[in-house]
Write a protein that binds this ligand. Structure first.
Ligand code: T5A
Length: 215
């Protein structure tokens, strides 16, 4: 029998929700369950896509056109999918990705107000049928998230946006979660870390049970 494909798990949320902090917990969970996985991130995940990340995040005087930002996000994603994500999934390795296309819908769609059908066209072009199997959406009050992000020091080009921008990002994420309830799990990231991780554990247990039931 062919080896089953790996599962594609993404972690999303607005600024300072605690993705990096909680990814460590998710990695320990997968290790304990003996699941082979690869940790990666967007924008980035390959040397060339990381260069595009630098271009996207660095502060610059020249205003960045919304379309340029959108196309660079998908350019980085195309490279990442071809070089890293697809080969790993085909080899039976799970892919744990810090942000993916839901971030484009939230930041470029919600935040920058780009038409969602434009994003959907690029999503279909670049990804074909590839979609995450599970998305953990860490959700927290925007002001709480921003004050956590500011505590880390220098802010990148996105982190310098106004609160209203991040409020639109948050609402766009919540709307997507509502539209795709089978794929998304919303995690209340406003509580203390132990409670956040308990919610993540329940979501991962539920996902694993669901996979077992389908065997
Ligand atoms: N982007 C990305 C787009 O616009 N479109 C796209 O398509 C994609 C893919 C880079 C940027 O790119 C944009 C969105 C982003 O602005 P990123 O590097 O993932 O993406 O950006 P960040 O959101 O800045 O991610 P970070 O990894 O920097 O932040 P985290 O991981 O959410 O936050 P983290 O874990 O560093 O935590 C922040 C602080 O809060 C504390 C932590 O200890 C840390 O100090 N903390 C808590 N404190 C109290 N209680 C808790 N429960 C806590 N959880 C964490």
């Amino acid at each position: 029998m062919d080896k089953p494909n790996g599962k594609f798990v993404t972690i999303e949320g607005s600024e300072g929700v605690g993705k990096t902090t909680n990814i460590e917990f998710i990695q320990s969970y997968l290790k304990a369950a003996d699941i082979p996985f690869l940790l990666t991130r967007e924008p980035g995940g390959t040397p060339m896509a990381e260069e595009l990340r630098e271009l996207l995040l660095c502060e610059r005087e020249e205003p960045v056109s919304e379309d340029c930002e959108l196309l660079l996000m998908f350019a980085a994603r195309a490279q990442h999918i071809q070089q890293v994500i697809k080969p790993a999934l085909q080899a039976g390795t799970w892919v744990l990705c810090d942000r993916f296309t839901d971030a484009t819908y939230a930041y470029q769609g919600g935040g920058r107000k780009l038409p969602l059908d434009k994003i959907a066209s690029l999503e279909n072009l670049v990804q074909g049928t590839l979609r995450p199997d599970l998305t953990l959406l860490l959700d927290v009050d925007v002001e709480v998230g921003m004050s956590r992000a500011k505590g880390r020091g220098k802010l990148d080009r996105f982190e310098q946006e106004k609160l209203e921008f991040f409020e639109r990002v948050r609402q766009a994420y919540l709307k997507r979660a509502d539209q795709e309830q089978d794929r998304f799990r919303i995690i209340d990231a406003g509580c203390d870390l132990a409670e956040v991780q308990q919610q993540i554990k329940i979501a991962l247990d539920h996902f694993s049970d669901h996979l077992m039931d389908r065997r």
